[in-house]
Design a binder for this molecule. Structure first.
Ligand code: 6R9
Length: 651
């Protein structure tokens, strides 16, 4: 970004008070903000008591060697014990932990008692394969209960897991196995996607021709398809795990024992292995899951639709919900298999009360049309969440009206792989929400917006989002590269964590996320966020989804180029394009009018639903398209190019 701060164009006046009933029985009330601001560390020390410690910590934060933090350093706990055993000991062994729904329609309910036995057997099996405390285990699985079991079994032993998206290429898997120096890989023959089996093991077989050090591959049988087999290395899960004892003593590990490594792609260079540890991470995952979703373990049915390979799956399918003794739904497949109402059907079937999903899916539902959710009974829902990208005000309103029956609060949760848990979000029983804003830092979290010189911007202005105090679930380093950790996150602004996101503060001081700063456009000397122009476009009744990029322009520095997906009922025409440009001009001002608008049927996205604007910039500037290895569907770029007129034929 240039010295000028980010322009503040979008005005949003709609407000929604928390439902009285929810506010009256909310897990966390407004007092928490006051309490935490009075004594932040005492607040976190109190939250740590949500967990069962083998040795209670007496220290809260050790920040003597910044930016390398230690939280609860003299405490000891077992993360898996906290997620399963203690619920069984408390008499809740018969409570369902996981309602699993397979894509083909098979389903399984797993109680906490059963989960405890299965995690114990898997831990015994891993130890038989030679996995010990401090080792790394790579996990490459579909969305099946064994993924949760595998992660918890590692945690139980004190081995760190490294979950890799099932769907990443053999090369991507190989580089991650190598970087973490994993000893064992846990995979499956395959999983079900889009109505058919999709193989996983071949990618592992290929990856292991490229890296050494993996002694065993533990293979879950899910699809029953034939797989290649390497004798002496490959072991079937059902043969090894099922025969183990269901007794396994959970050893107490140090609070700073590594729990997992999770790779974020980053825009350049090799992926960064984000390292999370045990006590602080679990404290914040557990606290935020309880506070932000107002989770009542006895009555709620919670569903987070994220993939387990995304940090959202780690913190809000595995560690947050299970540490809180929640009952949750896990769904294996795609949202339109076998029909576009599948997700709503699942909400109805299990009586889901809390739904946590991503803007990309909400906008996809909008595109498919309002009549689809209307066919299902969604009245069980009481809290809706969003994560992964800024949610456009129109998508937010659609979510509230068509999924939440105009009743349910929406929590727009901002956080990152690096932050480990939710950082900025409304509280459903406290906050008067504003469509499109993540609003304010949670109790115990310190966030603000600064300009280029690290000065806090006044209300009403934009700049860079920073975190000004360490937090329990913060990343501890980049695996094997402390210097890169310091350079990437702690060097841009002295003593502060730079998240890489642009943001603005509104007149009340509430925070609005504006997208990655790498995506910010510079048009005739004005910094304009892609998010605001995209939101204006999605605010037009003909548009379901949009992605905006700045393309080099001789006159204005950069020109705004918009890619749009139309809603089911709209059709592409010169009039519509003109109308869209004028609509953006009216909403945000003439400076933000896109120079070009291109109608497409898909946008390039990562597996977690984030739009890869870099690839669209390549198209807009007529370059060859760059690295597409982290795309969810690599054929999308060809499709988009085939839908656009050849370069140079457009004004
Ligand atoms: C949890 C997760 C992190 C980046 C983050 C930001 C974007 C996530 C958001 C959001 C606006 C939200 N992001 N949640 N932007 N509003 N509620 O997504 O982690 O995959 O590491 O991505 O996602 O740009 O910096 P991760």
């Amino acid at each position: 970004m240039s010295n000028e701060s980010l322009a503040n164009l979008l005005k949003e006046e709609r407000r929604f008070a928390p439902p009285a009933e929810l506010a009256a029985s909310a897990n966390v009330t407004a007092d928490a903000y006051a309490q935490a601001s009075e004594d932040r560390l005492a607040f976190w020390a109190e939250q740590a008591r949500r967990l069962s410690w083998a040795v209670e910590p007496t220290e809260t934060l050790d920040w003597s060697n910044p930016p390398f933090a230690k939280w609860f350093a003299d405490g000891k706990l077992n993360v898996a014990y906290n997620c399963v055993d203690r619920h069984v000991e408390a008499g809740n062994g018969d409570r369902v932990a996981i309602h699993f729904e397979g894509e083909p329609g098979d389903s399984r309910a797993i109680t906490y008692a059963q989960l405890k036995d299965e995690v114990s057997r898997a831990a015994n099996a891993l130890q038989e394969l030679g996995v010990a405390k401090g080792d790394r285990v790579a996990v490459y699985l579909p969305m099946i209960p064994e993924a949760v079991v595998a992660m918890l079994a590692c945690a139980r032993i004190g081995a760190a897991h490294s979950v890799v998206f099932g769907g990443f290429s053999a090369d991507a898997v190989a580089s991650r196995i190598k970087d973490a120096d994993a000893k064992v890989v846990i995979t499956a023959d395959g999983g079900y996607r889009r109505g058919k089996p999709s193989a996983l093991k071949p990618a592992i077989d290929e990856a292991l021709t490229k890296v050494d050090g993996v002694s065993s591959v533990l293979v879950v049988r899910r699809t029953g398809e034939e797989v290649a087999w390497t004798e002496g290395r490959d072991v079937w899960w059902h043969e090894l795990v099922d025969g183990q004892s269901a007794e396994h003593t959970p050893e107490a590990h140090d609070a700073e024992q590594p729990l997992f490594i999770l790779y974020t792609s980053g825009t350049t260079g090799k992926p960064k292995g984000i390292l999370h540890t045990s006590g602080g991470y679990l404290t914040q995952a557990s606290f935020t899951h309880n506070a932000v979703f107002d989770l009542k373990p006895e009555t709620d049915v919670y569903w987070c639709t994220a993939d387990i390979g995304w940090v959202t799956g780690h913190s809000y399918i595995v560690y947050g919900p299970l540490s809180n003794g929640a009952t949750q739904v896990i769904y294996e497949g795609t949202p339109d298999t076998p029909h576009q109402g599948r997700m709503f059907e699942i909400v109805q079937k299990y009586g889901v009360t809390v739904l946590y999903t991503a803007p990309t899916l909400i906008r996809t539902w909008m595109k498919w049309g309002d009549s689809i959710p209307a066919q299902f009974d969604l009245t069980s829902l009481r809290v809706l969440g969003s994560v992964g990208e800024p949610i456009n005000p129109e998508a937010w309103i659609w979510y509230r009206e068509h999924i939440g029956a105009n009743r349910t609060p929406i929590v727009d949760t901002w956080w990152q792989t690096e932050t480990g848990a939710i950082m900025i979000s409304p509280l459903p029983g406290v906050t008067e929400t504003k469509p499109g804003s993540a609003q304010r830092a949670l109790p115990g979290i310190a966030a603000t917006v600064v300009d280029d010189e690290a000065r806090e911007v006044p209300n009403g202005s934009g700049g860079y989002l920073v975190l000004t105090e360490p937090w329990p679930s913060m990343l501890r380093t980049i695996w094997g590269d402390d210097q890169r950790y310091v350079d990437t996150y702690w060097s841009r602004f002295e003593g502060r964590y730079f998240a890489g996101d642009g943001a603005k503060k509104d007149e009340d001081g509430d925070i609005w996320l504006l997208g990655r700063v790498d995506d910010v456009m510079l048009v005739s000397g004005h910094n304009i966020s892609t998010t605001e122009v995209e939101s204006a476009l999605v605010g037009h009744p003909a548009v379901a989804e949009s992605a905006v990029v700045g393309a080099t322009d001789a006159t204005t520095g950069q020109a705004i180029v918009a890619f749009v997906i139309l809603r089911g009922t709209a059709t592409d025409s010169a009039e519509l394009i003109a109308d869209l440009r004028n609509h953006v001009g009216r909403t945000l001002g003439p400076i933000a009018k896109p120079k070009q608008i291109k109608v497409v049927s898909e946008l390039p996205k990562t597996r977690s639903g984030k739009i890869m604007r870099r690839l669209l910039r390549d198209i807009a500037e007529g370059r060859e398209v760059g690295d597409t290895t982290t795309l969810a569907d690599s054929s999308v770029m060809n499709l988009i190019q085939s839908q656009l007129p050849a370069a140079g034929t457009e004004g």
